[in-house]
Design a protein around this ligand. Structure first.
Ligand SMILES: C[S@@+](CC[C@H](N)C(=O)[O-])C[C@H]1O[C@@H](n2cnc3c(N)ncnc32)[C@H](O)[C@@H]1O
Length: 193
């Protein structure tokens, strides 16, 4: 397992580095499709910056697979609800109206990402919405001891197409113009063939 998200020191470092970043520009887009008051699962909440913004509009369950991030989330947001979930298995018996992640699913290899998308379909209520961001590019690399899988818009479209209809796919800037992709999709009716 990648160590970076699992030690106190590196989690504190990440929280400092990410201090000036949030997903608000994408959360504004999500709100066009997911009504206020909906039940939302956030995958990989990390520092909890987006969890806090999302909580202004939704009933949000935050989650992460890192015990260190979960400790941080519970300490900073004592009234929040947080679950220990791995993005690839999403082992929960709850269901949600929406599932959100910001720069999390790029840590999954293709097969694990496919499994995650399948599981997201299963734990979403009818007409459920997914909203995820990815680093844009080709191939994959190990960066800071972490696996990073880059994606193109065509690749993302293909990954989701059996289970979700795209509502919005847009490029946006995290550090440089167009370095990131936002995907918002709606759960298809019926079961995938
Ligand atoms: C780049 S950080 C993003 C954190 C937060 N979403 C943000 O926007 O600042 C990636 C986060 O995903 C979590 N993560 C990575 N792989 C995961 C997995 N397989 N399951 C659940 N969480 C994961 C990490 O622990 C970390 O909190």
């Amino acid at each position: 397992m990648d160590k970076y998200y699992h030690t106190k020191e590196s989690v504190e470092e990440y929280i400092k580095l990410a201090r000036d970043h949030d997903g608000n520009q994408n959360i504004i887009r999500l709100k066009e499709f997911l009504p206020a008051g909906s039940d939302l699962l956030e995958i990989g909440s990390g520092p909890g910056t987006d969890w806090k913004i999302l909580s202004e509009s939704y009933h949000v369950v935050g989650s992460d697979f890192s015990k260190e991030f979960l400790k941080h989330l519970q300490a900073y947001f004592p009234d929040g609800e947080f679950a220990d979930l791995d993005a690839s298995t999403l082992d929960t018996d709850r269901t949600f109206d929406g599932i959100y992640s910001n720069k999390v699913l790029h840590h999954l290899e293709d097969e694990a990402l496919e499994a995650s998308i399948k599981r997201q379909f299963e734990i979403l209520n009818p007409d459920g919405i997914v909203c995820h961001t990815f680093w844009r590019g080709e191939d994959s690399e190990i960066y800071n001891d972490l696996f990073v899988n880059y994606h193109t818009d065509a690749g993302i479209r293909t990954l989701f197409e059996d289970r979700f209809d795209p509502l919005l796919i847009r490029f946006y800037k995290e550090f440089e113009d167009g370095d990131s992709i936002l995907y918002i999709g709606e759960k298809k009716k019926g079961q995938p063939s």
